[in-house]
Design a protein around this ligand. Sequence first.
Ligand code: HEC
Length: 483
Amino acid sequence: MIAGLFLLLPAASMILLLFLPPADSLSSSWLFIGRLHPLLLHFPIVLMPLVLIFEILGRIRFLKEPTRAISLVLLAASLSCIAVVLAGYLLYASGEYSGNLLMDHFRAGICAGLGVLVTTFLFFLCQLTAGRFRKWYLTFLLLTNLVIVHASHLGGSLTHGQDYLIAHLSAIFGTKEKALKPVDEMLVYEDLIVPFFATKCISCHNEHKMKGGYLMTSYQALLKGGESGQPGIDIAEPEQSELFNRVSLPADHEDHMPPEGKKPLTDHEIAILKFWITSGASTTLKVKNLQQHTEMAPVIRDYLPESARLNRRLLYLKEEKEKLKKQLGALAEKLQISIAEDLKTSGNFFTLSMKFPPATFTDEQLKALQPYFPVFTKVSLVTSDITDDDLYFIGNMTNLRKLYLQKTDLNGSGLVYLQQLPQLEILNLSFTEVDDASVLQLIKFPALKKVYLFDTPISTEVVKALRQHQPTTEILLEEGPYN
Ligand code: HEC
């Protein structure tokens, strides 16, 4: 019974975890424990079904006296699940993963942990009360096993299966270290700064989402600066650099970067960035040079493990991108279409176009592409036999920005499917049969900047009406671009 009560303490802590905001970045030694999560979680995953099996074997009298075994297994499951939840929380708080799937897994994981503790508690309660709570205990045992399956499934999806697990196990044992550059060869800009920009800044300062007019995806853009008109980095007067200033402001200042609520740069990251800017922002400055600098040496020493972690993560993403490219390449070959990387973006984005001479393009083909819809930013189906109904599929390409549909048999009845595309900026409908009524749908398109309507049956009144109602959209009566 005492053991049972003892379990209520961690159970209460787990409930608290559910409501706690994530801790800020943790030191790498905590992260080490966090990375044990994928290793430890196997214990409760094996032990809880084992309890279920023991119960069944006891019931069919295959096992004579399973109570003792069950109490031991339940205690082991409880202890291991406390460790799993703790490690999982540290991994979560490290900010290494984010997104809805992570949150779902986090919640399911804590529920599974609670389930194990409550089941164990009920089991001991049954021992004390001559089985009065046995139904409750069995119900919880069953439910907990189901929740564990669900949580593991989410965790598995989160980690993209085997690869990921191996990557992180090897992160613990250091075998993947080989893939990273040796410290002696590391460059300050490329290997220290770019990785933390990539995780903390690029989400708002990329080709698609250029907050403050500032692009941070290349060295040249970094120097240039944004809407403020100040250079991002002023080599002659480094301390006047907009980038320098934005990260130096007190964290609660309105202009501080990143904005409030986003994961801030750590003190080490700020120190490295400032040192790099004031020393001339050279892309060839080596980490080795900083290690010889009295002030920077301890910063670098402390920061290297974190930097390795970020680089490893980027490496993983790069591998994922290569995989995606291969899959899309094979699909393009099969469907006789062209798929190419969208070089204007730094993310995992692609363009889709017809080969010349165009083969038929059926909705079967669109369906085959469906799992990849979010990766397409530009689609050119000029002269294809796409139908208005097929636009339904195109309407699910959530990152689509440019769509070329000229010289097709569209009559415009499917344009309604496209109005939910949040980022569609350019639409070419020249040489199609789109009519007045369907073209009026364009008023509802949220991001449309240019529409080409050359040689279509639409009337001048409708063109006028569109121009009046949607002044942010240019209505162009010219052929327009093909890709
Ligand atoms: C959540 C989105 C977001 C993130 C993340 C973010 N920024 Fe910004 N950034 C903005 C917005 C919005 C502006 C424009 C408003 C302003 O000037 O404060 C801006 C403006 C800037 C500017 C000024 C550009 C100019 O010349 O006007 C700099 C420099 C900058 N950010 C640097 C950074 C750095 C460095 C990081 C990462 C540590 C970062 N930002 C992360 C949203 C973001």
